[in-house]
Design a protein around this ligand. Structure first.
Ligand SMILES: Nc1nc2c(c(=O)[nH]1)N[C@H]1C(S)=C(S)[C@@H](COP(=O)(O)O)O[C@H]1N2
Ligand SMILES: [Mo]
Length: 196
């Protein structure tokens, strides 16, 4: 008797283990910007880190001289899309912080246009974040944050500030733009830290 025939309707397609809870795969790369896209000349761009001990600045050339890395990571937007296996090129925040002394544990990231987002230094350092100039083999388009954006792939993508300009370290955590508007202070997609 085979009335207990299993598998006739097919096994449910297995969920990709790289997909955090509540996320859906996309093949394209959606654009999500809170305001207009700023146009920034490549040669006018520089990056700054401010701490209680002073300000450090790098031109694009100086930054790339610290060491450019190619990394392949998945990105997860709080609006439920995930894009797997994106190839990025950028400079690790570890390289920028190598010469910096601070007692601060947090940072506010600032972008051209006024966008801000808070990130703990523990989430920026240790091979976890980059200043990225290229994605999938091409320079970042203005819509996706070109000439440079922060890339913090282990947190929801709103932490990956487009048109990034610099960061200022802080002794205590403080909400940035979306965090003031209800998003979680930390934003770990694996724990579904969507809203605060
Ligand atoms: N400067 C700036 N950075 C930003 C945003 C923004 O509005 N302004 N949006 C954030 C959000 S909510 C997401 S999901 C991603 C979207 O990046 P993308 O448009 O390249 O997909 O950028 C993040 N970084
Ligand atoms: Mo987002």
């Amino acid at each position: 008797m085979s009335f207990i025939t299993r598998g006739f309707s097919g096994r449910r397609r297995e969920r990709d283990p790289r997909l955090p809870p509540g996320q859906t795969l996309v093949g394209d790369w959606p654009v999500l910007s809170a305001g207009p896209t700023p146009r920034i000349a490549d040669d006018g761009w520089e990056f700054a880190i401010g701490t209680e001990n002073g300000v450090h600045r790098w031109s694009r050339t100086e930054l790339e001289a610290l060491g450019v890395e190619d990394i392949t990571v998945d990105i997860h937007c709080v609006t439920h899309w995930t894009k797997l296996d994106m190839a990025w090129r950028g400079v690790s925040l570890d390289r920028l912080f190598a010469g910096i002394e601070t007692s601060h544990r947090f940072a506010m990231v600032h972008s051209f246009g006024g966008y801000t987002t808070n990130v703990a230094l523990d989430d920026l350092l240790g091979g976890k974040s980059w200043i990225a100039f290229e994605a999938d083999g091409a320079p970042l388009t203005p819509e996706h944050g070109g000439p440079a954006r922060l890339l913090v792939p282990h947190l929801y993508f709103w932490k990956s500030a487009k048109w990034v300009q610099g960061l200022i370290t802080m002794p205590a955590d403080k909400p940035g733009f979306w965090e003031q508007n209800g998003y979680h202070l930390h934003g770990d997609p694996w724990r579904e830290e969507r809203y605060g």
